[in-house]
Design a protein around this ligand. Structure first.
Ligand SMILES: [Zn+2]
Length: 385
């Protein structure tokens, strides 16, 4: 799987990986369906199901894509590379290692708890384009959920605090935005007073946007890109910036959005000649809502924690700034994330001779203990119902 390039924008590779994945799970009795992404330049989502004898189901979630273009893997010679207790390579940790974990857990359930395994309808989902946060995948999963769906378990990597495993209990929501300022162009030499400088107005507006960051409320705004103007002897008539903001709770998220959009309207930068104002326009480009702390997730986390305690493993929880497919699922069925293996340096492919830069890797020795924890916790979840 690591040897197959599955960059989000490489649909051939993504579909190839989907086929290999389906073949790996077929001996466990899983049937495959592929569902086209709404974006025709991406590969297909993969759904594997195995019908059970009870009306109950459990959903397991992973993704096919990685952030590494084939040229980058080639340039950095970034490929499957075992080294001591680590395996370096694209997607080893995010998230092909998570897919391997799913396979281990299902194998263990079938071998050691065949009745429980056969009673549950297993629904396995792979997003073809998780790294771009395509919303259609969450909607697809939700069409497979029903009243008998006990949980959605996401196999993104676990966190660590010392030797304590951290499950993911909440993730920030994220919105991307664009600020466009329209001013009035003018000759910078002869007509300077007639100009309404869009770049100067954008500078003032961006200060206000940056000031919306409030660490006490876990709200961050990032101004990501700035463009504007054309040539140096012209008062710029246009300027534009794009960025994002993130928050953990729907309340803070919605307040932040309202505060941002309220910056639209006439700006304070005006032409001296006739008070012609720059016009500021704020828009939301995309929105992925927050996954806040909630009772469904907390109950699952308790189950993993008590199971861990019985196995002699320390298990805790964390709230993460980054998003996952859990953001689109938690309000449909109880959702827990972080079931994948431990590793580090996600989204990095560079390696320097002095070791100050290391690429993505997964830790080999974490797989079996984590698979044990997941397997026993899932059995506890099934037994509890
Ligand atoms: Zn991931």
């Amino acid at each position: 799987m690591v040897g197959i390039n599955s960059f989000t924008a490489n649909p051939k590779g993504v579909n190839h990986l989907a086929q290999v994945t389906a073949e790996a799970f077929a001996p466990l009795g899983f049937g495959a369906a592929s569902v086209p992404s709404v974006n025709p330049s991406y590969g297909d989502h993969l759904v594997l199901t195995r019908p059970g004898t009870s009306g109950r189901s459990v959903a397991l979630i992973s993704h096919l894509d990685t952030v590494f273009p084939p040229e980058e893997e080639e340039r950095h010679q970034f490929r499957w590379q075992p080294e001591g207790d680590r395996i370096f390579g694209p997607g080893t940790h995010d998230i092909k290692g998570g897919t391997a974990m799913m396979w281990l857990v299902l194998q263990a359930l079938r071998a050691r708890a065949p009745e429980a395994f056969a009673s549950i309808t297993w629904k396995l989902f792979w997003n073809s384009s998780e790294e771009t946060l395509s919303h259609d995948f969450g909607a697809l999963c939700r069409t497979y959920f029903d009243a008998g769906t006990l949980a959605a378990l996401v196999f993104e990597s676990e966190g660590r605090l010392g030797d304590e495993r951290l499950m993911v209990l909440a993730r920030k929501g994220r919105a991307t935005w664009r600020a466009t300022v329209t001013g009035r162009g003018a000759h910078a030499g002869s007509r300077h007073r007639s100009g309404a400088n869009a770049a100067v107005q954008l500078g003032a507006t961006l200060q206000r946007i940056a000031a919306l960051t409030d660490y006490k409320r876990d709200l961050t705004f990032n101004v990501g890109t700035v463009t504007g103007g054309t040539v140096l002897n012209r008062v710029p008539h246009e300027a534009m910036a794009e960025g994002e903001f993130r928050a953990f709770t729907p309340e803070v998220f919605n307040q932040a959005k309202a505060a941002l959009l309220a910056l639209s309207g006439p700006g304070e930068v005006r032409a001296v000649a006739d008070r012609f104002p720059c016009e500021v326009h704020l828009e939301i480009l995309s929105e992925s809502r927050p996954w806040p702390r909630n009772p469904g997730t907390d109950r699952l986390a308790d189950l993993w924690q008590t199971t861990g305690a019985a196995l002699g493993q320390r298990v805790g929880g964390e709230q993460r700034g980054g998003l996952s497919d859990g953001n689109f699922l938690w309000d449909a069925v109880p959702t827990l994330d972080g079931l994948g293996p431990w590793g580090d340096n996600d989204h990095c492919s560079e390696r320097s001779a002095d070791g100050s830069k290391l690429p993505e890797f997964v830790e080999v020795s974490c797989f079996v203990p984590k698979a044990l924890l997941n397997t026993m916790a899932i059995l506890a979840l099934i037994g509890k119902q």
